[in-house]
Write a protein that binds this ligand. Structure first.
Ligand code: HMG
Ligand code: MG
Length: 318
């Protein structure tokens, strides 16, 4: 590992002092792998991420196993994580699209779920087999029953900054979908740039419109994919607006099997480097995280696309 393993810290007092990183690698990352990753490898990935200090780790999805065969072992993975980590595993959020998924999550005693809505008609149909309006009919009993059972619900909105089939997505459309999900009972809204086309001005405009609709920054999270290399710039724009929760994926794993041209998420290491340099607390150990991504890359048989993993890991190899 290089002696330049951390950036020089030069704080920007106009930015938040602390950020919560919501790690999605085991779910968003591994849902898109061509080959099936063994459950034991997934469990080790999650355990290593816990050791690296990630405060929230989305572990898997209780979706239809035919739709996402990569995560068909969701129940087995949760069992393995409970053996390894005890109750901590039950606080790891999982994706749930409907009541059937909720039943499966409740059976395991899980305490946090995330429903995932679409801002566009086409992606709602492709990802959920529902129209834009029908998705809410599917989520309504799911969220209500989860809340009644004391389970916390996050809601994603996909295609907030562009859609590969419909093109531009009006800000008002995203606000309307987000508002409806919060009205159903979601405690946090994660704004997905599913195909990575967003740019900083767009981020600022969307956040202003959401704030105007009564959705404060404390209830919002940003979920950037890095397809066009814009994720870090967009994160800085969101930080400037006061957002303090950022989704990221170790080593930049990921994509979405139902979204053409979606590649990996913002790499957690790249985000950690940025936050560290800005003097923003995040609680993550960068060395351990980079080691985890190098280990995962060796399991997947290809290098991580993260610039920070390559810069730091390169020295370890060479
Ligand atoms: P459907 O075929 O319309 O389901 O799929 P259905 O309600 O008609 O049910 C058909 C059968 O599936 C029934 O069984 C159900 O019990 C079963 P049968 O009676 O025929 O024997 N079934 C299930 N089985 C297990 N678990 C379930 C489940 N649900 C139904 N949960 C469905 C609708 C929503 C289920 C399907 O479209 C689906 O699973 N989609 C998931 C797609 C997905 O996971 N995409 C990736 C995640 S989203 C993402 O990555 C974006 C994000 O990262 C943010 C961003 O980047 O923008 C979050
Ligand atoms: Mg995603």
């Amino acid at each position: 590992m290089t002696t330049l393993g951390l950036p020089q810290v030069v704080p920007d007092p106009s930015l938040p002092g602390r950020v919560r990183i919501y790690e999605v690698g085991p779910r968003d990352g591994l849902q898109n792998e061509q080959t099936l990753v063994p459950t034991s490898t997934k469990a080790e990935l999650v355990r290593r991420l816990v050791d690296a200090g990630l405060p929230v780790i989305e572990s898997t999805s209780f979706v239809h196993p035919r739709w996402v065969p990569q995560l068909a072992d969701a129940a087995d993975l949760v069992d393995a994580l409970v053996v390894d980590l005890g109750d901590v595993a039950l606080d790891m959020p999982v994706l749930v699209p409907n009541e059937r998924g909720l039943d499966r999550a409740l059976e395991k005693g899980l305490r946090h779920i995330a429903v995932f809505g679409s801002a566009t008609e086409t992606f709602a149909r492709r990802n959920l087999n529902r129209s834009l309006d029908e998705q809410f009919a599917m989520f309504e009993p799911t969220v209500r029953r989860a809340r009644d059972a004391g389970v916390d619900v996050r809601a994603y909105v996909s295609m907030c900054f562009g859609d590969p089939w419909e093109g531009a997505v009006p800000v008002d459309q995203v606000v309307s979908v987000g508002r409806r999900l919060v009205d159903l009972g979601a405690s946090e809204l994660s704004l997905g740039d599913t195909i990575g086309t967003g740019t900083p001005g767009h981020v600022t405009a969307l956040l202003a419109a959401l704030n105007d609709a009564g959705l404060p920054n404390e209830s919002l999270a940003m979920h950037f994919h890095d397809t066009y290399g814009q994720a870090l710039s967009n994160a800085v724009a969101a930080l400037r607006c006061g957002v303090t929760t950022f989704d990221a994926s170790t080593g930049g794993l990921g994509g979405c099997p139902y979204a053409k041209s979606a590649t990996g998420n913002l790499a957690t290491e790249d985000l950690v480097w940025l936050l560290t340099g800005l003097g923003i607390e995040h609680g993550v150990d960068l060395d351990r995280l980079v080691s985890t991504s190098l280990w995962m890359a060796s399991r997947l048989g290809r290098p991580s696309p993260s610039a920070v993993v390559r810069a730091l890991g390169g020295d370890a190899d060479g």
